[in-house]
Design a protein around this ligand. Structure first.
Ligand code: CU
Length: 118
């Protein structure tokens, strides 16, 4: 009687692994790099729970700001927002259903980006 249960658990385990791998593939698409004074891409649309990777050039940072700071080309960090330092490779998890606004502080007003979580 135990064999079907073990088979079931193994099947579930493999399906879980397969789903994980699919997520990893999606995550690899969510990579933000820098080129000149721009984030590439400057707009990312992702799903809640996705991981977003930043690979910043040495003269660029990525600081989350409020929507109004973003619209005013201002760089005051958002309280409890993400703050990725100059030249850093790091990631965030899009854990909130919202639009994340971020800027590169020394290259305002032109260097800005958004992450739209659907
Ligand atoms: Cu910059």
């Amino acid at each position: 009687m135990k064999k079907p249960l073990i088979f079931f658990l193994i099947t579930v385990f493999f399906f879980a692994c397969e789903k994980n791998n699919l997520n990893v593939v999606n995550q690899e698409d969510n990579v933000i790099t820098t080129s000149g004074n721009a984030f590439v891409p400057s707009t990312i649309v992702c799903n809640i729970g996705d991981t977003i990777y930043f690979e910043l050039g040495s003269s660029h940072n990525a600081v989350e700001v409020s929507e109004s700071e973003y619209n005013n080309n201002a760089g005051t960090p958002l309280a409890n927002g993400f703050n990725i330092d100059f030249g850093e490779s790091a990631y965030i998890v899009a854990s909130e259903l919202k639009t994340y606004y971020y800027v590169c502080q020394p290259h305002l007003p032109q260097m800005k980006g958004v992450i739209i979580v659907e």
